[in-house]
Design a protein around this ligand. Structure first.
Ligand SMILES: CC/C=C\C/C=C\C/C=C\C/C=C\C/C=C\C/C=C\CCC(=O)SCCNC(=O)CCNC(=O)[C@H](O)C(C)(C)COP(=O)(O)OP(=O)(O)OC[C@H]1O[C@@H](n2cnc3c(N)ncnc32)[C@H](O)[C@@H]1OP(=O)(O)O
Ligand SMILES: Cc1cc2nc3c(=O)[nH]c(=O)nc-3n(C[C@H](O)[C@H](O)[C@H](O)COP(=O)(O)OP(=O)(O)OC[C@H]3O[C@@H](n4cnc5c(N)ncnc54)[C@H](O)[C@@H]3O)c2cc1C
Length: 551
């Protein structure tokens, strides 16, 4: 995050100085925003940068324990520079949080600079090869030029000048990384389902009839139900990530021309897509582990590492709930625009047709299911706004009414995001397969239908509320879903092979291309230090005395 922030928050002169040094790795940096006391609520950060016009320096301070920076990757022992987000004070006025480039270690000796307190935050659920760190300042001075001045400046005499056209311009790196994380979710989920599908083709368990041989576990419907949604979701996330990247690039180009109009929609989209893709990837990676039975619990399966890595993405760069609530803010505004007869931006344009007060007629075609997901999002949004207004009428403040409605707001944002993802998945498949062979088209469409049927069946309660779906429609959809799993089965291994992930990337005894699962598990087991000697010292020290009653 260090380099993108240098690119996004520095003036051209600052970039000319810092970027070559960072890109050549003459300096190594990190992004230190989160503090012990605050991560989500950026406006609540406590680190201060107070401008002193006498010396033309900022004085950095960590006034409380909770103001210590906490979590930044590589901060503990690796980096010598940091981007520090701090409350800016000049001429006695606080101007809110701003980013600063801060040298924390000597470039030659790597010793922490006087006034800098830095260390490691300790072991974590995963990411233990990263030295996430803490950082505090005691009257530590940095030159005025080290304030990143693209969006706001402090002049030599201490005058504060706002430059940016958008109040949240300094949050740009976070938006960028949220966009990248959708791709990251797709990639890691593709790894997990490659491992689990390949293993399920090797693993045999139980014989349905007394005469027959044991079945490959991949032949069981329940196993297909666990795994094929993982493949379909990996495709859905990959295609949505490409689409989101284009939306991001278009918005960035517009901002460079001075037009910030599309930023709120980009923020709403990158927030909910980051939230849903990381949450879905984490839970489906865990599902892949379940699908591998006991061997999936081995570190040598690669799945525990993947899960530990990906579950963190649900939290960092904006927690799941927090980001969905950001999208909900955008949706409530869109609802008000519909009421006022104003035009809507593209990804919420479906709302303009949605508030008819009638249930959407059920149609089980792919387009019909997408319309149903949109009706569901619109229905949830409408009920949420009603709850919000009822609470306002009862005399509550907007903030109180909003807080009491946040469970429903999150539900509406999740439903909206699922509808956007389904629509993008379909249109990207159509766009990309125009010149593909009929067989490739068929397989990609089968997976895409799995995604739609799976989520329709997961949301039958909501569909009953907002569409005319009947009990027999649900029954019919269930049968179609189960039939689709059988159609995909013969191609399942080929489909995951098509992710084209090398063994070195998968790093899994269960998922290697050659399928030599048992040989690899045994070879990994031999690496256990407990296998280094036939009798371990603990036998002599503890077990034997205990067994002889001498302990
Ligand atoms: C780039 C690096 C390269 C590769 C890495 C990328 C991919 C990963 C690849 C591999 C992974 C491998 C390793 C990764 C390892 C480690 C982890 C890496 C990074 C993690 C780093 C971090 O976590 S950094 C810290 C991130 N912190 C957060 O995300 C904090 C979350 N909080 C917020 O974003 C905000 O404070 C908020 C959303 C809670 C809102 O803030 P605030 O209170 O100030 O605002 P309001 O609620 O009052 O809203 C005011 C209006 O502003 C709008 N708004 C808010 N945010 C934005 C925005 N970003 N852009 C535009 N508009 C915004 C908001 O909608 C409100 O608008 P209204 O019109 O409704 O008033
Ligand atoms: C592996 C990892 C790497 C990280 N790397 C970095 C880094 O390099 N740089 C950096 O600056 N930070 C980094 N972070 C920090 C990360 O960005 C924050 O942890 C994250 O933004 C969540 O903030 P928090 O920890 O304050 O959670 P909190 O906000 O304390 O969340 C706790 C709970 O409270 C809920 N909650 C909070 N506020 C509200 C609200 N208003 N309404 C409803 N519910 C609420 C949340 O949903 C959550 O369930 C990293 C974190 C991890 C795990």
């Amino acid at each position: 995050m260090f380099v993108p922030t240098l690119m996004g928050q520095c003036t051209p002169e600052q970039q000319a100085y810092w970027l070559p040094r960072a890109l050549d790795m003459q300096i190594i940096g990190t992004y230190a925003q989160t503090e012990l006391g605050h991560g989500t609520f950026i406006r609540g950060l406590e680190t201060t940068a107070t401008y002193d016009p006498e010396t033309e320096t900022f004085v950095m301070n960590s006034p409380t324990l909770t103001s210590y920076k906490w979590w930044a990757g590589g901060l503990a022992k690796t980096v010598n520079y940091c981007i520090v987000v701090a409350q800016l004070y000049t001429k006695g006025v606080c101007h809110g949080t701003h980013p600063f480039i801060v040298q924390i270690r000597d470039e030659e000796t790597h010793m922490p600079r006087p006034g800098v307190k830095v260390g490691d935050i300790g072991p974590k659920l995963g990411f233990n090869t990263a030295d996430n760190g803490y950082l505090g300042f005691d009257n530590y001075r940095i030159p005025r030029d080290n304030m990143m001045m693209k969006n706001a400046q402090v002049l030599k005499d201490g005058t504060y000048v706002k430059v940016a056209r958008h109040g949240k311009a300094t949050y740009g790196t976070m938006v960028f990384v949220r966009v990248l994380l959708v791709n990251e979710a797709a990639f890691n989920l593709a790894k997990a389902c490659t491992i689990a599908v390949r293993y399920s083709a090797i693993r045999r368990q139980c014989s349905p009839d007394s005469e027959g041989s044991e079945l490959q576990v991949l032949d069981y419907s329940t196993q297909q139900h666990k795994l094929f949604i993982c493949i379909a979701t990996a495709h859905a996330l990959q295609l949505n990530s490409t689409w989101l990247w284009k939306t991001f690039s278009d918005t960035l180009a517009a901002i460079k021309q001075g037009n910030v109009d599309t930023l709120p929609e980009l923020h709403a989209l990158s927030s909910c897509l980051k939230a849903l893709s990381t949450a879905d990837a984490a839970s489906l990676i865990e599902q892949c582990r379940h699908a591998c039975g006991g061997h999936g619990y081995m570190m040598s399966s690669g799945l525990p590492y993947l899960y530990a890595f990906v579950t963190a993405t649900r939290t960092y760069e904006g927690d799941y709930t927090i980001l969905l609530l950001q999208t909900a803010r955008f949706l409530v505004k869109a609802y008000e625009q519909v009421e006022a007869g104003k035009p809507l931006t593209p990804t919420v344009s479906y709302l303009s047709q949605a508030f008819t007060g009638k249930k959407l007629p059920w149609d089980s075609s792919p387009d019909g299911i997408i319309r149903a997901f949109q009706a569901l999002a619109a229905g949830k949004l409408s009920s949420t706004v009603k709850s919000l207004r009822k609470r306002l009428e009862s005399g509550l403040s907007y903030e109180q009414a909003w807080e009491l409605s946040t469970i429903q707001l999150n539900g509406a944002a999740e439903a909206h995001c699922r509808a956007v993802m389904s629509q993008n998945y379909k249109s990207e498949i159509e766009r990309l397969t125009v010149n593909s062979s009929p067989n490739v088209k068929l397989v990609l469409q089968q997976l895409y239908k799995v995604y739609l049927y799976y989520w329709a069946l997961e949301r039958t309660g909501d569909l009953l509320l907002y569409t005319s779906i009947s009990e027999s429609d649900i029954f019919e959809l269930q049968l179609r879903y189960e039939g689709l799993l059988k159609e995909i089965r013969p191609n399942a291994v080929g489909i995951v092979d098509a992710f084209d992930l090398r063994d070195e990337v998968l790093h899994s005894a269960l998922g290697s291309y050659d399928g030599n699962v048992y040989e690899r598990l045994m070879a990994e087991a031999q690496k256990s230090p407990l296998n280094a000697e036939p009798v371990n010292q603990t036998f002599h020290t503890y077990l034997k005395p205990m067994m002889k009653g001498k302990l």
